[in-house]
Design a protein around this ligand. Sequence first.
Ligand code: PLP
Length: 245
Amino acid sequence: MSQKLQAVHASIQAAAAAVSRRPDSVALLAVSKTFGADMVLEAIAAGQRAFGENYLQEAVAKMAAVALALQAGPDAATAQPLLEWHFIGPIQSNKTRPIAENFAWVHTVEREKIAQRLSEQRPPHLPPLNICLQVNISGEASKSGMAPAEVLAAARAIVGLPRLQLRGLMAIPEPTEDLQKQHAAFRQTRELLQQLHAELPAHAAQLDTLSMGMSADMAVAIEEGATIVRVGSAIFGQRERTIQS
Ligand SMILES: *Cc1c(COP(=O)(O)O)cnc(C)c1O
């Protein structure tokens, strides 16, 4: 695990260096879906602090198990306060409350109504919930995310919600071996964020996030401006359960 994490960090650094970006301008989100609390604890011991989860029940149980194990262990003081859980799965509108209560980030907001509920349900003692709008950048009929043409109106409506901090965009391009197509999809996502900067200048500084790139395509995503890469199998190994994304 520690070696795989180091290898992923090395890939991030190489991709950032290739386009003269600072390596610390790209955050690594370790996607721990389907893997147990033991694996998360191993990653924590190796220095990882941010974890992505797709399934609410699984995530909440895992968070509790991790918190309990940390309490007993030597990393309690250093790791627990810095742990950051990101929700990266599809959101049902009747499941927004536990998401608002348990996560620091949500990458998969694809409707204004979901954002409103998350804002209403974010507990007052927690900092605002960081969110990204998920964009269906490749226009796949079966994929989640709003159409690029819908993003500006949604951002305008969501950016003022009191208990949220709109941070940027998230995309999962159609998988392809074609490097040019990979570049194009990530570039379009970056350009969409730049458009938001131009249209919402008062909020440009907070719109600092491009959540894009996974194990197979993170280098290309970083070359095109990713600020968070969401990496699962390259850290934790192949998943056994099949995942609907
Ligand atoms: C599973 C998943 C990932 C990680 O995918 P890997 O190919 O294992 O790196 C990233 N983002 C989302 C939204 C996912 O569902």
